[in-house]
Ligand binder design. Structure first.
Ligand code: SOE
Length: 380
C-alpha cells in the first residue's frame, strides 16, 4: 500500500478483515506500506498491520514479493504510481477519483489494457448492501424507466472558515475540490445504480472561503490551524444538472458546507413505475415506493438491508445488526481478491474511473463557460 492516512487506514482494516469474515480463494499478505517519512511509516506499519516499510513507492513497486499495489495517496500521484505498478506486472487498486485529469485517466486506462495485471478504482460506496439492492431493483425493472436521479453528497468538515488548508483544498494535489472528492462518488453511484451514463451537464462551482489558515498538524480530515494563511485553489461546492443516457434528468450537489451533514450521500431515483431513496447516514436502509400498489396502501417501504439474502451481509452479523462505513472497503477487498483469483476484470475498472473523470471534466468546462448563465432581469 502506498500512503497511510485516512484512506490507508480504511484500506488496511479491509485487507486485515477480508479473510477473517469471508472465505477467499487467495489470502492477502500485507507485505509492505510506503511513505516518505521513515519513522512515521514505521509507526503506521505497526499500527495497521503491515510487515515492512519502504520510503520510496518505486522500491515497493519493484519488489518481487508484491503482487498488488494499493494506492491511497492524493490524486496528483495516482497516474505515475498506477502506470509504474501495472508496467511492473502488479495488480492495482487506486483510490478515487482515478486521476486529476482526463488525460491522466486515459493513460491509466491504456496502461491497464496493456498490462497483465488487473486494475480497479476505489468507488467503495458501490459496495454498500443497500446500494447493491437499489441497483438490482432498477435492473429488474422494479421502478421502470429512470426519469429523475437526485444525488447529493453533503459534508461540513470545512464549513468553518477557520478549518485549515489540507491537500484536499489544493488543486495541484487534488485536481478539484468537492467536485472530485465527493461529487465523483455520486456520479459513479448514479451511473452504477441506473446502469446508465451521464451524457451532458450544466454546472456551477463556488469557492466560498478563498483563504484559510495553513495547518500546523493534521489528523484524518481535520487539522490544527497555524497562524499563516494560504489560498484555497479548489471548489467548495459543485452543483450540476445532467442528462442520463436513458432519457432521464439528473441533479447533483456536492458540498462540504452543509452544516450538520457529516457524510450524507443521498440518492433518490424516480422511475416510471416507482422510486428508490437512500441516505448514507442511515446506510442499512433503502426506501422503495412501488407505484403498482393500490393508492390507498402505497407508500415508501423502509427495507432494512441486513438480511443474509442481501449482498455481502451473510458474512457479517445476524439480521438487524447492521454494517458501517468500513465494511464497504472490506467488500472492495473481497471483490478484488476474488477477481484476481479468477482472472476476471474487477469493477469499477479504470475505464469506469475514466467515465467519471469525463463527467467531472465536463462539469468544470461548463462552470467556466458563462455563456449559458442567464441573469434574472432587474425590475425596471
Ligand atoms: C473527504 O471528503 C472524504 O474522506 C472523501 O475523500 C472520501 O472519498 C469519502 O468516502 C469520505 O469523505
Amino acid at each position: 500500500m502506498v500512503g497511510y492516512a485516512f484512506m490507508g487506514v480504511a484500506h488496511s482494516q479491509a485487507w486485515r478483515n477480508a479473510p477473517r469474515f469471508f472465505d477467499l480463494p487467495l489470502r492477502p499478505d500485507m507485505a509492505a506500506v510506503a511513505g516518505r517519512d521513515a519513522a512515521a511509516v514505521q509507526a503506521a506499519a505497526e499500527k495497521l498491520g503491515w510487515s515492512s516499510t519502504e520510503t520510496d513507492w518505486k522500491a515497493l513497486v519493484s519488489r518481487d514479493d508484491i503482487d498488488l499495489v494499493d494506492i491511497c495517496t492524493p490524486g496528483d500521484t495516482h497516474a505515475e504510481i498506477a502506470i509504474a505498478a501495472l508496467e511492473a506486472g502488479k495488480h492495482v487498486l487506486c483510490e478515487k477519483p482515478l486521476a486529476n485529469s482526463v488525460e491522466e485517466a486515459e493513460a491509466m486506462v491504456r496502461a491497464a489494457e496493456r498490462a497483465p495485471g488487473l486494475a480497479m478504482v476505489g468507488f467503495t460506496y458501490r459496495r454498500v448492501p443497500a446500494i447493491q439492492l437499489a441497483r438490482t431493483l432498477v435492473a429488474d425493472g422494479r421502478i421502470g424507466t429512470v426519469r429523475h436521479v437526485r444525488a447529493q453528497y453533503l459534508q461540513d468538515w470545512i464549513a468553518d472558515p477557520q478549518a485549515p488548508l489540507s491537500w484536499r483544498l489544493d488543486k495541484q494535489k487534488a485536481g478539484s475540490g468537492a467536485l472530485g472528492d465527493i461529487g465523483a462518488h455520486i456520479v459513479d453511484l448514479a451511473q452504477f445504480v441506473t446502469g446508465e451514463s451521464v451524457t451532458g451537464v450544466s454546472a456551477v462551482l463556488e469557492t466560498f472561503v478563498k483563504e484559510r489558515p495553513i495547518a500546523s498538524a493534521h489528523s484524518g480530515l481535520h487539522g490544527t490551524a497555524g497562524t499563516e494563511t494560504g489560498p484555497v485553489t479548489v471548489d467548495d461546492a459543485a452543483i450540476f444538472l445532467g442528462r442520463m443516457s436513458g432519457g432521464g434528468l439528473a441533479t447533483f450537489e456536492a458540498t462540504r458546507f452543509a452544516w450538520g451533514r457529516k457524510n450524507a450521500i443521498r440518492l433518490e431515483i424516480n422511475g416510471s413505475a416507482g422510486s428508490l431513496a437512500f441516505d448514507f447516514e442511515d446506510m442499512n436502509v433503502l426506501h422503495f415506493f412501488d407505484a403498482s400498489q393500490p393508492a390507498a396502501e402505497a407508500g415508501f417501504r423502509r427495507i432494512v438491508v441486513t438480511e443474509p439474502e442481501h449482498a455481502y451481509v451473510a458474512a457479517w452479523w445476524p439480521a438487524g445488526h447492521g454494517l458501517g462505513y468500513e465494511h464497504a472497503f472490506t467488500h472492495q477487498a473481497v471483490d478484488l481478491i476474488t477477481a484476481i483469483a479468477s482472472r476476471r476484470q474487477p469493477e469499477p475498472s479504470f475505464a469506469d474511473g475514466l467515465a467519471v473523470q469525463r463527467v467531472l471534466d465536463a462539469v468544470e468546462r461548463s462552470a467556466a463557460d458563462n455563456s449559458t448563465w442567464t441573469p434574472v432581469a432587474k425590475e425596471s
